[in-house]
Structures are given as C-alpha cells and as structure tokens.
Design a protein around this ligand. Structure first.
Ligand code: SAH
Ligand code: SF4
Length: 407
C-alpha cells in the first residue's frame, strides 16, 4: 500500500498523445446537435423540423438507438432511416462530441482526455475540460466533469483555483461518456462482447459542482441510464457534492443516483477552511439533509468522502468524531489520500496515520475505506483536474505583465 503514497509531483514527462480530432463539433454552422436532448426534446426538435406527428415517435426511437446504443455519428450510416431522411437530417443536425485535444495514459492504466468544447463566440477558442477513465479489476469508472472550472473554492482542490468559465450542457456531459466509448472502442460492433463493458460506473467527480448545474446534469444522467441507450443503471452512477444542501432532496427525487458527500472535516471550524461552502451550509444541516435523502437505505448508502490532510483533519479524535457524526445514516466512508498539485500548501497524511484512522473507521463497521490514488503521474487523480483554458490564460496574463513597462 505504501507505494500508493509515492507522490509524483511532476507530470511534465507523462506521455501525451496528440490524437487529433474525431469531433464533429459544430463551429460555424447553425446545425442543431442532437446529443444531450431528452427524448421529449428530440421529439420537439423533429416536430420543429417539420416531421409529421405520426412519425415522430418512431424516428425518436431510431435516432436514440443510433446515437446512444450504436454510437453512430454520421446520418449516412443510419440505414434504418430512408435515404431521403438521412440526407435531410444531415443538412439540419449534427451528432457532435467534444473534441479530443490530448489523451494521456498513466502507468497504472488510467486515461485522461483533455476535451475542447465548441467556442461560445465565433473566432474564440472553445473552453476545455478533463475526463478520466480508471480501470480496475472487474470494473471501469469514468470520472465526468459538470462545469468548466468551479465557483467554489475548496482550498485543497486544484479545480477550485480555476474560475468557472461556464456550466456544461447536457450534451457536453453525455458527450464525455461517448468520447470515452469511442477511444476505448466500446460501442457494439467494435468486436467486444456487450456484457463485457469497459465503463461500468460513472462518477460525477470531475471538474465542477454538479448540483450547481442541476438541470443539465439531471438530463444527462437520464440519457445515461435510459435502457435503450447507454444503459447504465442509476445505481452505478454517483453524484458527488461539496454539500449544496437545498438541492440534495431534488437530487434524490429527480436524479436518483447514488450520492457522495465531500465531508472532509468533522467540525465547522475546520470545514469552513477546507470547503468554504460550509459557512453557508454547516455540517449539522448537511447531515440532516443526508438523513432525508430520498431512497436512502442500507442497500443505497451515502458515501462520505474524507480527504486525508496531514495535521489538519487526520487525528484519531477526528476519526472517532466522524463515526459518531454518521451514526444512524446508512453510509460508506471513502478515505482519500490527498493528491498534491503545484502550489498547494497541504500535504497528504502519513500512511501510518491513514491506517490508524482507517482502523477506527473499520472497527465501527465501515469496510475498506481507503481509495487508492490513480493516475497521479498524469494529474488525473481526484482534485488535480484543471484544464488548459485557464492555465493558458494565466500564462498569457504572465506574458502581458512581463512585457508591461514598470509603473
Ligand atoms: N464538486 C464536487 C465533485 C468534484 S470533486 C465535490 O466537491 O464533491 C470530487 C472529489 O475529489 C471530492 O470529494 C473532492 O473533495 C475531492 N478532491 C478535491 N481535491 C482533491 C485532492 N487534491 N486530493 C484528493 N481529493 C480531492
Ligand atoms: Fe469545486 Fe468540488 Fe473542487 Fe470544491 S472540491 S472546488 S466543489 S470541484
């Protein structure tokens, strides 16, 4: 286990593979992207397109199957549509994914994609996000972003140092899963057995606070769990929140995925510093909302994430308080060794400290709680994501400042 604490602070040498762009992102055209529309939205789009009412249901089903089950991107390949329909649809619509800018592979098999979204204004570079695939024995988890950057400023999180550029659309959220399926060769017909899936779990734990982009995350996850498309059960989807208390109940009723809470501290004083949102929604209120999470049961537990920060939140007293606080809530606890990033003052707890902390948690009945860091060498681990959009902007600012004459 000790090796999981071998922290690579230098990702400059990580292999970067410029894979070019398989993307169809609409740039200058006004074509509508069908990816990310709900079934109702797709029906409405086809009605606006002039399709007679009595054909819409059938067409929605055909398109849904082509886009989300087969992963097609070209209307010409949709042989269930008439030739005329294929041509007309290709004139009006696109099936676009975010564009892969760079793909990186970690020594441990983790893969990270830097994706570029369509530009918000013509002539501008599109914003960038990161998506991470973590293969493990018997499962494969895709870590999906919900925003470009984050408005919250958790002090231990690299993404938190990146100002929010914007919310992702539902299509851009689903698009991350489709890009990963493209890159992994996971669509049916690519020679793989469809029972042998590479992406078995989705975690909304990439960049951003998913509950601050509620509608788009909800619509995207509905598409993900639709049995005639990507078909990943909501029980295999986990939404992680830093604790947006007023949205937790809605998340349970309208999204219905598994819930993870970024707790990270057992008293308000420490949590105020780590997760400043705590000043608005303190621990007591957060745990109260958890107790009322719709659908909560021993079979559907809430995961509490706890990042191990040396000398900050890692004492045995903290461990005991954690167990006390969670009493009565069907819970899992994930201890996350802190993943460092350039410029942070925090350090990861020593391994012996993590083990002792884990012992207390284990003795209280919570199993295997330490999450092994993955993909640290390519800055793909939890909290290390920060896209080039902002890094580039920062270096631009630096250049401008350096070039400016002294005041
Ligand atoms: N905004 C959401 C989801 C994205 S962050 C949230 O905060 O829950 C996903 C997880 O990574 C959270 O538990 C977050 O606290 C954790 N995390 C952030 N920075 C980290 C770091 N440097 N090391 C380890 N975990 C980190
Ligand atoms: Fe945002 Fe989550 Fe990072 Fe906090 S931990 S800054 S909420 S992405």
């Amino acid at each position: 286990m000790a090796t999981s604490l071998d922290i690579s602070r230098d990702n400059a040498n990580a292999p970067a593979l410029d894979v070019g762009s398989p993307a169809l992102a609409p740039r200058s055209t006004a074509k509508i992207n069908l990816v990310g529309l709900t079934r109702d939205g797709l029906a409405q789009t086809l009605a606006d397109f002039g399709l007679p009412q009595n054909r819409i249901r059938m067409r929605v089903g055909q398109l849904w199957n082509a886009i989300y089950h087969r992963g097609l991107t070209d209307f010409a390949d949709m042989t269930t549509l008439s030739k005329d329909a294929r041509v007309k649809m290709a004139e009006a619509f696109v099936i676009a994914r975010p564009e892969i800018v760079v793909e990186q592979k970690s020594v441990d098999g983790t893969r990270k994609w830097l994706l570029r979204l369509p530009a918000d204004k013509p002539g501008m570079a599109g914003p960038e996000i990161e998506t991470v695939y973590i293969p493990e024995e018997g499962r494969g988890t895709l870590c999906v972003s919900s925003q470009v950057g984050c408005t919250l400023t958790c002090t231990f999180c690299h993404t938190g140092t990146q100002k929010l550029v914007r919310n992702l659309t539902a299509g851009e959220i689903v698009g991350q899963i489709m890009v990963a399926r493209d890159a992994l060769g996971e669509w049916p017909g690519s020679g793989r057995n469809s029972d042998d899936r590479l992406i078995t779990n989705i975690v909304m734990m990439g960049m951003g606070e998913p509950l601050y982009n509620f509608e788009n995350v909800r619509d995207a996850l509905d598409i993900v769990s639709d049995g005639e498309g990507l078909s990943l059960s909501k029980r295999r989807v986990t939404l992680s929140t830093s604790g947006v208390v007023p949205m937790i109940e809605r998340a349970g009723t309208e999204i219905g995925s598994m819930l993870a809470i970024s707790l990270h501290a057992v008293n308000d004083e420490t949590r105020d510093k780590l997760v400043p949102l705590n000043k608005k929604y303190p621990i007591g209120e957060l745990l109260e909302a958890c107790r009322h999470y719709p659908g909560l049961s021993n079979a559907r537990r809430i995961t509490f994430e706890y990042v191990m920060l040396k000398g900050v939140n890692d004492s045995l007293a903290d461990a005991r308080e954690l167990v006390r606080l969670l009493k009565g809530i069907p819970a899992k606890i994930n201890l996350i060794p802190f993943n460092p990033w350039p410029g942070t003052d925090y350090e990861c707890s020593d391994w012996a400290t993590i083990e002792k902390f884990a012992d207390v948690v284990n003795r209280a009945g919570y199993a295997s709680p330490v999450r092994t860091p993955r993909g640290r060498d390519i800055m793909a681990a939890c909290g290390q994501l920060k896209s080039e959009t902002v890094k580039a902007r920062a270096s631009e600012r630096f250049k401008t400042a350096a070039a400016a004459p002294p005041a």
